[in-house]
Design a protein around this ligand. Structure first.
Ligand SMILES: Cc1cc2nc3c(=O)[nH]c(=O)nc-3n(C[C@H](O)[C@H](O)[C@H](O)COP(=O)(O)OP(=O)(O)OC[C@H]3O[C@@H](n4cnc5c(N)ncnc54)[C@H](O)[C@@H]3O)c2cc1C
Length: 458
């Protein structure tokens, strides 16, 4: 047993652990031991399928001290005019650089990769078997509470009979011989990425059968840009839709009419609202797939056949079935971020996990009392259904009001590119920003009140 001393023990070196630690050491003279069972920093990005990119602009992701990417607007390609989005290798390289150049170089952080945290301040190396114990002077930080479940590390949620060809989405890039049919299983972002990648690489839409148990709502990426006029304009569209809506579904239809929300099939009312972003060119490609199977959840794959809870469907004998059906986001109970046993990182401003973790790091560094920290920095949930989405908006707005009530936190948060409400000084007096603020001001109060009713939280 090796004994270490540190102020903080951070468990998990993914986006959450990295953003928390970065903001903490930048604002306090403290020591941190950070552990992860993976071989490096970056969390799930280290095991991501090779063609994934951030679905949001790079500027919204990463740590507070260091911009991810260069804040560039894409000059060409199908997303010309939208902000750059990092690929998985770029995300991993960025986190590795932040670790080496800021964290390790500061002398405040020691990183232990390939180590399993086993509780009680102890962790074990997966490589050497060595056991470590940390005398934690201040807090253990749980930076894996919402760690997403990804196909590369999750068995398919359906049975696979002998002779059926099922692969995780990561293995699509290793296909050696084209099958006559691809069967994509899943409704979320990973499934849409798989379909788009195949189509963009010349696979005929007729060669894809898409098993989509639920239809998803997705945010139009053109509205989720690091530009205050665009973000405030989207907030105004959302509030106007909420103010006029008769139900959560009606609110989504109104947001769709405003261009904010997208769905693949306009004849189906989506029941899923995790709302990753999607670009118009991606939507156009997805709509070319006409063979969609909606028979509920897939129970079993057999050679030539899919067996569902509500029936069966034929597939080609040589079909490759692509597992994109890991649960992804995790819906764990909201807990106070500061408790005696741990600081449990969760989003604060809805939809922006890196901002929330950075904010928690800053609050930990600058506020004394844990009750006061919890008052100022409150967790927001992730959403799964349209009603959840309304709840996420209500709780997120209340959380933003809480941290903005403290002038120091408000000033710090206002400087961060990670914060979607960030207004760069050169844009503060622009006419388009002022117009968006006016539009939001005109519907904000009614929209927020109605949103709370739609969420069942009035
Ligand atoms: C494909 C994909 C794309 C996404 N794109 C975006 C995006 O564009 N924008 C956005 O805002 N969000 C995006 N998200 C969501 C976002 O990435 C996550 O919410 C967040 O980044 C997850 O970070 P995390 O640190 O919570 O989890 P993780 O990245 O999973 O990190 C947690 C780490 O904890 C470690 N760990 C867990 N238990 C232990 C233990 N006992 N001992 C040691 N280590 C342990 C794990 O090994 C892991 O590395 C995406 C998610 C996925 C899956």
């Amino acid at each position: 047993m090796t004994t270490l001393d540190a102020d903080y023990l951070v468990v998990g070196a993914g986006a959450s652990g990295m953003a928390f630690t970065d903001a903490l050491i930048d604002n306090a003279d403290v020591s941190v031991v950070m552990v992860d069972r993976r071989y490096g920093v970056g969390g799930h990005w280290l095991d991501a399928y090779p063609f994934v990119r951030l679905h949001q602009a790079s500027a919204f992701y990463g740590v507070a001290s260091t911009l991810l990417g260069e804040g560039r607007i894409q000059a060409d390609g199908p997303e010309a005019g939208l902000h750059e989005r990092a690929t998985a290798p770029q995300v991993c390289a960025y986190y590795d650089r932040v670790l080496r150049e800021r964290m390790l170089a500061s002398g405040k952080v020691a990183f232990y990769p390939s180590c399993d945290y086993v509780g009680d301040g102890q962790f074990v190396s997966r490589l050497s078997g060595r056991r470590y114990e940390v005398n934690v002077r201040r807090h253990v930080v749980d930076a894996q509470y919402l760690s997403p479940r990804i196909p590369a590390q999750t068995e398919p949620p359906f049975a696979v009979a002998d002779g059926a060809h099922v692969i995780p989405v990561n293995d699509l890039v290793r296909i050696g011989e084209a099958p006559s049919q691809y069967v994509i299983v899943g409704s979320g972002k990973t499934a849409t990425d798989g379909c788009i990648w195949l189509l963009a690489n010349g696979v005929d839409p007729g060669a894809i059968r898409w098993v989509r148990p639920r239809d998803p709502w997705m945010l139009n990426r053109a509205f989720v840009q690091p530009d205050p006029a665009v973000i405030l304009g989207m907030a105004a569209d959302i509030m106007q839709a909420a103010a006029d809506a008769e139900s959560p579904d009606d609110m989504f239809f109104r947001m769709e009419d405003a261009g904010v929300m997208l769905r693949i099939d306009r004849s189906v009312t989506p029941t899923m609202a995790k709302t990753p972003t999607l670009a118009q060119w991606e939507l156009d490609l997805l709509r070319t797939i006409e063979d969609v199977v909606r028979l509920g959840h897939l129970g079993r794959v057999q050679p030539g056949r899919l067996v569902f809870e509500n029936g069966e469907a034929r597939i080609a004998d040589d079909a490759v079935v692509v597992h994109c059906a890991a649960s992804g986001l995790r819906y764990r109970p909201l807990v106070p971020i500061w408790r005696p046993e741990a600081i449990t990182l969760q989003p604060v401003r809805a939809g922006f996990p890196c901002f929330g973790a950075a904010l928690a790091g800053y609050v930990e560094a600058t506020v004394e009392d844990d009750d006061e920290k919890n008052r100022l920095c409150r967790p927001s949930p992730l959403s799964n259904t349209p009603t959840d989405w309304a709840q996420m908006q209500v709780i997120g707005r209340r959380a933003a009001a809480a941290f903005n009530s403290d002038p120091d936190i408000k000033a710090w948060a206002g400087t961060l590119a990670l914060n979607p409400a960030h207004v760069p000084p050169d844009r503060a007096h622009s006419a388009d920003v002022a117009a968006a603020v006016r539009r939001l001001g005109a519907c904000q109060e009614r929209g927020a009140a109605r949103m709370a009713e739609l969420a069942g939280m009035a």
